[in-house]
Design a protein around this ligand. Structure first.
Ligand code: APR
Length: 320
C-alpha cells in the first residue's frame, strides 16, 4: 500500500512541530508548504536528519508550490499570522481571511479528497471560510480547538488535584475564544464528576471557577509569556490526534470545530462540539444535554462566532 501523504500548509512554529510529530509517528510522507522561500525546504532538511537518530523513514520535503501537495490524504493548515501580546484571536481576522482564500484554492485544485484540519485563528471563522473557499464537503473540513482547550483544562485540573492527567476527561464546548465553554458537568476524574471529586479533595467551587477561567484564557497566557508568537507544541499535538483518528478510522469522539446544522439549535456554523472522527471525516456531531447556564454560555460563544462570520462576509463579498 502506498504511504499516506500529509500536507502541512504553513511551515512556521506549529507547522514544523506537526512535521516532527507526524514523522516520528510514521504517519506518512510529509510536505511542508509555505510562501516563505527556503524556509520550508530548510526545515524539511533539518527534520529529515532526525530520521537516522529517531529511526523514521518518513520522507519530508519543503515546497513553495501547491502542485507538491497533490493527492494529499490529510492537510493541516496553520498558514497565517499568530497573535502578539495584547492581541485577541479576532484581531487576526482580516489578514488570515486572505490567507484562507489562497489556501482554500490550493487545496481545491490539488487535493480535493483530503481531510482538512484548520488551526489558523480566529479558528471558528477561519475553518468556515476555508471550507467556503475550498468547496470541500463539510465533513472533510474541521477545526482544531476543542482537543487543545480540553487538554488545557485537564492539565490545570490534574495539577490542582495532584492526580494523573491520564485520569482527567475534560470537556470544552463552543468557540475557540475567551467565550469558550468548559463544561464541568461532563468533566470527570476517571468517571467521578469533577465537582464531586472537588468535594472529596476539599477543592472549593470558586477554585474550579478559577481553573475554568484560566482555561478560557489559556492561549493568551502563553502569548503573554512567549512575547512573540503563540502556543505551538500542544496545538500541533492536538491536530495530530485528529489526523490519526481519521487515518486509522478510529471513530474517536473528540471536541472539534465541526459544521453544525440542526443540532444545538444551530444553523450552519462551525463551532466546538463533540464529534466522531473516522474514515468518513467528521462522521457525526454528538448533541449532549446541557443545563440552562451551559446553554446560555454556549449561546454567548456561538453569537461571538456568528459576529465574526458577518465580519468575514463584509471583508470578502464572495462569502456573502
Ligand atoms: N500561504 C502559506 N503560508 C503562509 C501564508 C500563505 N498565504 N501566509 C503566511 N504563511 C506562513 C508564514 O510564512 C509562516 O511560516 O504561515 C506560517 C505561520 O507560522 P508562524 O508565524 O510560526 O505561526 P504559528 O505559531 O505556526 O501559528 C499559525 O495557528 O494557532 C494559530 O493563531 C495561530 O493563526 C496562527 C496559526
Amino acid at each position: 500500500m502506498a504511504r499516506k501523504k500529509i500536507a502541512l500548509i504553513g511551515a512556521g512554529m506549529i507547522g514544523g512541530t506537526l512535521a516532527h510529530l507526524a514523522a516520528k509517528k510514521e504517519m506518512g510522507d510529509i510536505v511542508l508548504f509555505d510562501i516563505a522561500e527556503g524556509m520550508p525546504q530548510g526545515k524539511a532538511l533539518d527534520l529529515s536528519q532526525c530520521g537516522p537518530i529517531e529511526g523514521f523513514d518518513a520522507k519530508i520535503t519543503g515546497s513553495n508550490d501547491y502542485a507538491d501537495i497533490a493527492g494529499a490524504d490529510v492537510v493541516i493548515v496553520t498558514a497565517g499570522v499568530p497573535r502578539k501580546p495584547g492581541m485577541s484571536r479576532d484581531d487576526l481576522l482580516g489578514i488570515n481571511l486572505k490567507v484562507m482564500k489562497s489556501v482554500g484554492e490550493g487545496i481545491k485544485n490539488n487535493c480535493p479528497d483530503a481531510f482538512v484540519i484548520c488551526i489558523t485563528n480566529p479558528l471558528d471563522a477561519m475553518v468556515w471560510a476555508l471550507r467556503e473557499f475550498s468547496g470541500l464537503p463539510h465533513n472533510k473540513v474541521v477545526g482544531m480547538a476543542g482537543v487543545l482547550d480540553s487538554a488545557r483544562f485537564a492539565t490545570f485540573l490534574a495539577w490542582e488535584f495532584g492526580c494523573s492527567v491520564k485520569d482527567v476527561n475534560a470537556f470544552v464546548l463552543g468557540g475557540h475564544g475567551d467565550t469558550m465553554v468548559p463544561v464541568t458537568s461532563y468533566t470527570t476524574i476517571n468517571g467521578i464528576p469533577v465537582n464531586d471529586y472537588a468535594k472529596i479533595k476539599g477543592v472549593s467551587e470558586s477554585r474550579i471557577d478559577e481553573i475554568v477561567d484560566r482555561t478560557r484564557k489559556g492561549g493568551g497566557e502563553i502569548v503573554g509569556l512567549l512575547g512573540n508568537g503563540s502556543a505551538y507544541y500542544a496545538p500541533a499535538t492536538s491536530a495530530i490526534a485528529m489526523a490519526e483518528a481519521y487515518l486509522g478510522d478510529q471513530k474517536r469522539i473528540l471536541p472539534c470545530a465541526s459544521y453544525v446544522e440542526g443540532k444545538y439549535g444551530l444553523d450552519g456554523l462551525y463551532v466546538g462540539v463533540p464529534t466522531v472522527i473516522g474514515a468518513g471525516g467528521t462522521e457525526e456531531v454528538i448533541e449532549i444535554e446541557l443545563s440552562d447556564e451551559e446553554k446560555n454560555n454556549l449561546k454567548v460563544s456561538t453569537d461571538a462566532v456568528e459576529e465574526l462570520l458577518e465580519a468575514c462576509k463584509s471583508l470578502d463579498g464572495s462569502l456573502a
